[in-house]
Design a protein around this ligand. Structure first.
Ligand SMILES: Nc1ncnc2c1ncn2[C@@H]1O[C@H](COP(=O)(O)OP(=O)(O)O)[C@@H](O)[C@H]1O
Ligand SMILES: [Mg+2]
Length: 287
């Protein structure tokens, strides 16, 4: 193998760079109702990758990752374009969380991880976050003894000036967090903690959010809410890499679906083409 182990961050600070955003305030961002979400014409919008007009925000090639001697990712390729919701699907143990951790500099890896054209493999997690990638890990690690508001403050970059998101935006999105803003985060329900981790990540003003199994263990109504808010983020210009095992929400809101199996991408296409691909679903997804 010719790839070299990445040991240092070569990305330059982006400063204020990022997609210009002049969208409406959240108050006007009514999440799409479920019925019309299922009717979205996702099928026609995806073009084969690699064409001359493609513009990738995140581009991963030949990514290998390791836990000690255990070789877990075997040459992962994936891309996220600006404004896309991309679902990363697969069974437990297929390597989805490891892919997220590799992007965030939390696991030893080799290969290409480009962010807006710059290699970021080898960057530390705080450097990656500073470049505009937000990460909501599957562990939902809130700070249980801090209040909801203090948890949100910890997500801010600096004093939060220039961010697209304010405390009020968060409280408008999730009124429950406003009601509980002075409550210790540790007493929130699982669903509320999920909202809080999502909001804390948003407070850092990311251009891409990687969110790992956000619907795990949540009641169906809350699952639907999570789906609606991920769409509201997209409407506000933020890209989403949505890691899921269940297909329901992922297939309803994603522009593109990737399937992982044994540490590689085994399918890359539209949700419609995945729906039509009984072999891939049976071989790589159904439990
Ligand atoms: N911290 C770790 N140490 C050793 N092996 C790990 C660790 N985390 C995950 N693995 C292994 O890596 C593989 C991929 O896991 P993971 O990326 O968590 O999959 P997924 O998120 O798709 O469920 C699995 O075989 C898992 O057992
Ligand atoms: Mg996982």
């Amino acid at each position: 193998m010719t790839s070299t182990l990445v040991t240092s961050c070569t990305a330059l600070p982006l400063g204020g760079a990022g997609p210009a955003w002049g969208g409406p305030g959240l108050r006007t961002l009514t999440p799409t109702p479920v019925a019309s979400r299922f009717a979205l014409p996702h099928g026609g919008s995806w073009r084969p990758r690699g064409g001359p007009s493609e513009r990738y925000m995140l581009k991963i090639e030949k990514l290998h990752a390791y836990y000690g001697k255990s070789h877990v990712l075997h040459g992962v390729h994936l891309e996220v374009q600006p404004g896309e919701i991309v679902a990363l699907l697969g069974r437990n143990g297929s390597g989805r969380s490891t892919t997220a951790k590799a992007i965030m500099g939390l696991v030893k890896c080799e290969g290409v991880i480009q962010w807006n054209g710059r290699q970021i493999a080898g960057c530390k997690a705080y450097e990656v976050a500073h470049l505009g990638i937000g990460y909501v890990p599957e562990s939902r690690d809130i700070f249980p003894t801090l209040t909801v508001r203090q948890n949100l403050m910890l997500g801010q970059k600096g004093n939060g000036q220039g961010s697209r998101w304010s405390f009020d935006d968060m409280y408008r999105m999730f009124p429950r967090l406003k009601e509980r803003q002075n409550t210790e985060a540790g007493v929130l329900s699982g669903g509320e903690q999920q909202m809080l981790t999502l909001c804390r990540t948003l407070m850092g003003d990311p251009d891409l959010i990687i969110i790992d199994e956000p619907t795990e263990g949540l009641a169906p109504k809350i699952v639907e809410l999570v789906g609606q808010y991920l769409q509201a983020l997209k409407a506000r210009g933020i890209s989403v890499l949505l890691i899921e095992q269940k297909l329901t929400i992922a297939m309803a809101i994603s522009d593109r679906a990737l399937v992982m199996g044994h540490g590689s991408i085994v399918f890359d296409g539209t949700p419609d083409s995945l729906r039509a691909d009984a072999y891939t679903r049976k071989e790589w997804l159904e439990v």
